[in-house]
Design a protein around this ligand. Structure first.
Ligand code: NAD
Length: 485
């Protein structure tokens, strides 16, 4: 049975239709978005299917013909979009807190960081240029043009409902592509609000379209079948990424995949322990551990393992768990019952295999889980292999640098890693040996507000990069033109 949600003030003007060809379209089919705080219904959102997908593709193709022509116009509209997002940040942060449980203070940070990407690509849009290519013949001149790929289908996860969109839509739109975005089922409201702000910023019809769907596989099929959709930009789990990679092969679409992670943190004997604890609280507990670059396993030198575990557990136990709408909250609920069940199962498995609680371990009410630190975690424990996606930190001790690097690299993933040491030579040696796309040395937030930096992973953590010029290149193709003169 469909629940009828009571409209909350921050949601009153958030659209719930499908944003197709510059218009809000109501659909007879809807699905419920709830809040992880207490499971109550927030909104009924238009549930798009293959027909809406086809309509969006047609509108995106029409829009592309004009949108690709004027870099400066694109920069102007993106800039207005960024201004409107800043203006609506307090509302957007509350929408995000409501729909996926991120503490509202953190949500503000995400919006600021995401908007940093939009502003970065405002500048980049104005600078898209070509190169002069030398010729061995005196009568020839070679030039390149960087041209947009065309229609992009972007699929985003729930854990960063704003910034995952900004990192794709901003470079794609700056490059001159048109974008059809499908947000995650758990967090479509932030995306729909972004679409409305794009409309208000003067974004032409069909340039950015946002369609939510409760059945992502059937909704997505037309995009993969249509050769005129030239790019898939995906952030989400490795399993789904692999599936989309295979589907994109038939029409040889360009693909960017930002997938799962399993970040190791290595704390060497010479580390500044206070700093390692402070930074690791950020890398582990931000978004209640539901972050692809979240530290999932801690390797600590045996000589300081106890000292680190005590200090880290004390800091974790002080984190304020509670209602995500409360500005003082540091840990909100887990996004859904499935996520909560996975975290509980990982903790039960670790304890069964001999790990001891330093702090936490309790399931609180509903989808809340207490910040948890475990020591003496044994090899073979699930959380040392799989993404936990929760506020749980397992500590394992090591005795040599080689062992630490071997343990850290022993993963199918290669997204982020963290290293704490005061020895510069060791920092160089270890960062060169780690098979990870992003490394923080004495830094638990290496990509915080870093739109200019490349974000992406090695191995099963993905294909391609977001951010910086790397992120723009993902949406451009090079044309070479030779002139006989
Ligand atoms: P998910 O893979 O379940 O879903 C991601 C998106 O894919 C959602 O929009 C979903 O509707 C869609 N989807 C699912 N099945 C699909 C299908 N068959 N066809 C088309 N679309 C489909 O992931 P999630 O649970 O939303 O997000 C968590 C995962 O995302 C974690 O693994 C996390 O590490 C990863 N993540 C990675 C990054 C990164 O930058 N590398 C960033 C954030 C999250």
């Amino acid at each position: 049975m469909t629940q009828t949600p009571t409209v909350r003030p921050e949601l009153a003007d958030v659209p719930t239709g499908a944003f197709i060809a510059g218009q809000w379209r109501a659909l007879p089919r809807t699905f419920t978005v709830d809040t992880p705080h207490d499971g109550s219904a927030l909104a009924q959102v238009a549930d798009c299917g293959p027909q809406e997908a086809v309509d969006a593709i047609e509108a995106a193709l029409v829009a592309f013909d004009t949108w690709k022509l004027d870099n400066f116009k694109r920069a102007e509209i993106l800039s207005r979009w960024a201004d409107l997002i800043d203006e609506h940040a307090p509302q957007m942060a509350r929408v995000m807190a409501l729909e996926m449980g991120k503490p509202v203070t953190e949500a503000h940070g995400e919006i600021g960081g995401g908007n940093g990407y939009i502003r970065f690509y405002v500048d980049a849009a104005r600078q898209i240029a070509g190169e002069r290519v030398p010729s061995r013949f005196a009568h020839k001149r070679g030039l390149t043009r960087s041209e947009p790929l065309g229609v992009v289908y972007a699929v985003t996860p729930w854990n960063f409902p704003m910034s995952m969109i900004a990192r794709k839509a901003a470079p794609a739109l700056a490059a001159g592509c048109t974008v059809i975005l499908k947000p995650a089922e758990q967090s479509p409201l932030t995306a729909l609000l972004l679409a409305e702000l794009w409309r208000q910023a003067g974004g032409p019809a069909g340039t950015l379209q946002v369609l939510a769907a409760s059945d992502p596989a059937s909704f997505s099929k037309p995009f993969f079948d249509d050769i005129r959709v030239r790019k898939i930009a995906f952030t989400g789990s490795t399993d789904v990424g692999r599936l989309l990679y295979a589907q994109a092969a038939t029409t040889l679409k360009r693909v960017s995949l930002e997938l799962g992670g399993h970040a190791p943190t290595i704390v060497f004997a010479d580390a500044d322990i206070e700093l390692a604890v402070r930074e690791s609280i950020v890398s582990k507990f931000r978004n209640a551990g539901q972050t692809c670059i979240s530290s999932n396993r801690f390797y600590v030198h045996e000589s300081i393992a106890e000292q680190f575990a005590d200090a880290f557990a004390l800091a974790a136990s002080k984190l304020k768990v509670g209602d995500p709408l409360d500005p003082a909250t540091e840990i909100g609920p887990l996004v859904d019952d499935q996520g909560h069940a996975k975290v509980s199962a990982h903790v039960a498995d670790a304890v069964e295999r001999g790990a001891a609680f330093q702090t936490g371990g309790q399931t609180l009410t509903g989808r809340y889980f207490a910040p948890t630190v475990l020591s003496g975690v044994q090899p073979g424990t699930l959380m040392l292999r799989e993404e936990t996606f929760g506020p749980v930190a397992p500590i394992v001790s090591f005795s040599s640098d080689e062992e630490a690097v071997r343990l850290a690299n022993d993963s199918e993933y290669g997204l982020a890693a963290y290293v704490f040491t005061r020895d510069l030579s060791r920092a160089f040696r270890v960062t060169e040996a780690l098979e990870y796309g992003i490394i923080g040395v004495n830094d638990g937030g290496p990509v915080g507000a870093a739109a200019q930096a490349p974000f992406g992973g090695f191995k099963n953590s993905g294909v391609g990069r977001e951010g910086g010029h790397w992120g723009l290149d993902e949406y451009l193709q090079v044309k070479y033109v030779s002139f006989g003169v």
